[in-house]
Design a protein around this ligand. Structure first.
Ligand SMILES: Cc1ncc(COP(=O)(O)O)c(C=O)c1O
Length: 461
């Protein structure tokens, strides 16, 4: 094997690209089609966007727009800013970046670390609003002498950079065996440029773009009209306007993936493959595996893009609290047994009466233990149920009943559920007439859960 990096480099800019192609064998276990991830997080700025930063700057220099002492301005979700900032620091340009406020704090700090200035704008404004991050960037260019807009969403140098580098690398690294390219579109530069290159090499290669649910791209690809989008959480991909850097004609198909699915896969990649990447890479891998499963061919070869490092999202998708707050985590279902374990330590497991006990005794027990229903047990077998409200109404109307045995007044036995039953399933079984369920484990009754207990659990007490 040829060792990588045998030669020495004159600057970090020479280390952009030629990222490794890595088999995703753990998350893809059991799928016949091999799936490989192109490790764009291995670029010096830890994202796919390093590739376009230098290309855009050199193009502006060649066209005479960017001169020494000039300023580079861009509306960026972070990674393009890093790519531009790396090239700008070596070439001595000033950088000003505008960024929507949904982006993680790490990304803002990161850009500042490279010496860039960052202007935060609100996320929830329409694309043509003056406070939109792209509109803001344009305003800064107008007001700053010697400034250029990198314009990644409309700059053809962006897809051209992927046509010149990402595409040929994938072709060579797979020795021309690649059959599918799967990459979510932000600007669309990656999927369009690399996709066009690969299709020109082999027209049979299928190019599939991933898209977060809420983005307009998928609908636009099939209908060529704008639909109604909505906000989503995955960063760097999808959009609420159609950039000219998506070369729709070179993309066979768009497919949408929910945020939760993308984040869950990103978390799995860290734990199962040892690959720490962001949500867009999570989306890409999930979709690549779906395609691989459908293709089901050991001779096919799916390549997807591992867009950026997960370190950029430690406070978001790798933070359980953030995931929970955003309903992105599957909350484990509580079982009735777990509910019983939360009872106060001094309470008996199951307060019950025998059929021969007096009604007075049953009411006393309810009062002592603060329960509103009691099962009637005959040698451990449930033969009836007593409900406080009904029992009190009858005893008040006819006080002599207080001394009668409960067997004469008891109602139907309470339903029985297994200890492992999920709370939400029990909730729907309980009614005013049957307000509690007995819990059994291995054939023995171990407790009782009431409507009140279930409701307390559901409201998070
Ligand atoms: C994290 C992340 N993933 C994926 C992409 C998508 O790449 P492209 O803009 O080439 O479509 C971006 C682009 O900003 C990104 O920031």
């Amino acid at each position: 094997m040829t060792p990588p990096h045998l030669r020495r480099y004159d600057s970090v800019l020479e280390t952009v690209g030629w990222t490794p192609l890595i088999r995703l064998g753990r998350v893809g276990a059991g799928i016949r089609t091999p799936v490989f991830g192109k490790a764009e997080y291995a670029n010096p700025g830890a994202s796919v966007k390093d590739r376009i930063g230098l290309a855009i700057i050199e193009d502006a220099e060649q066209r005479g727009e960017l001169k020494p002492g000039g300023t580079i301005v861009e509306g960026t979700s972070g990674n393009t800013g890093v790519g531009l900032a790396i090239a700008a620091s070596l070439k001595g340009y000033r950088c000003i970046f505008t960024m929507p406020d949904k982006m993680s704090q790490e990304k803002v700090r990161l850009l500042k670390a490279y010496g860039a200035e960052v202007v935060i704008t609100p996320t929830a404004v329409p694309p043509d609003h003056p406070d939109n991050y792209v509109m803001k960037a344009k305003q800064i260019v107008r007001e700053t002498p010697g400034a250029i807009l990198a314009n990644q969403f409309y700059n053809e140098i962006n897809p051209a950079a992927h046509y010149a580098t990402t595409g040929p690398e994938i072709w060579q690294q797979t020795e021309g065996r690649v059959t599918h390219l799967v990459a979510a579109a932000g600007t669309g530069g990656t999927v369009s440029g690399a996709g066009k290159y690969l299709k020109e090499k082999n027209p049979k290669i299928r190019v599939i773009a991933g898209d977060p649910i809420g983005s307009l791209y998928t609908h636009y690809h099939s209908a060529r009209t704008l639909s109604q989008g909505h906000p989503y959480k995955v960063e760097g991909i999808g959009g609420d306007k159609i950039p000219s850097t998506i070369w729709f004609d070179w993309i066979d198909e768009f497919r949408q993936v929910p945020d939760r699915t993308s984040f869950t896969m990103a978390r799995r990649l860290a734990r199962e493959e040892g690959i720490l990447v962001g949500g867009s890479a999570g989306l890409n891998v999930w979709l690549a595996l779906e395609i691989a499963r459908e293709v089901d061919d050991a001779d096919a070869l799916v390549v997807t893009i591992l867009c950026d490092t997960g370190e950029r999202y430690l406070s978001k998708l790798f933070n359980d609290e953030w995931m929970q707050e955003n309903q992105m985590l599957e909350t484990p279902r509580t079982t009735v047994e777990q509910l019983l374990e939360r009872r106060p330590a001094n309470a008996p497991d199951l307060v019950s009466v025998a059929p021969a006990a007096a009604v007075r005794q049953a009411l006393n027990l309810m009062n002592t233990w603060g329960v509103s229903q009691i099962p009637v047990l005959d040698n451990g077998v449930s033969v009836g149920g007593l409900i406080e409200g009904t029992l009190m109404t009858r005893a008040l109307a006819q006080p002599s009943l207080l001394d009668r045995p409960v067997r004469e007044l008891m109602e139907a036995p309470f339903p029985e559920v297994e200890a492992a039953t999920a709370i939400d399933r029990v909730g729907s079984m309980l009614t005013r007439e049957s307000p509690a369920a007995l819990v059994s484990k291995e054939g023995k009754l171990i407790g009782i859960v009431s409507r009140y207990d279930v409701l307390q659990q559901m409201i998070g007490r």
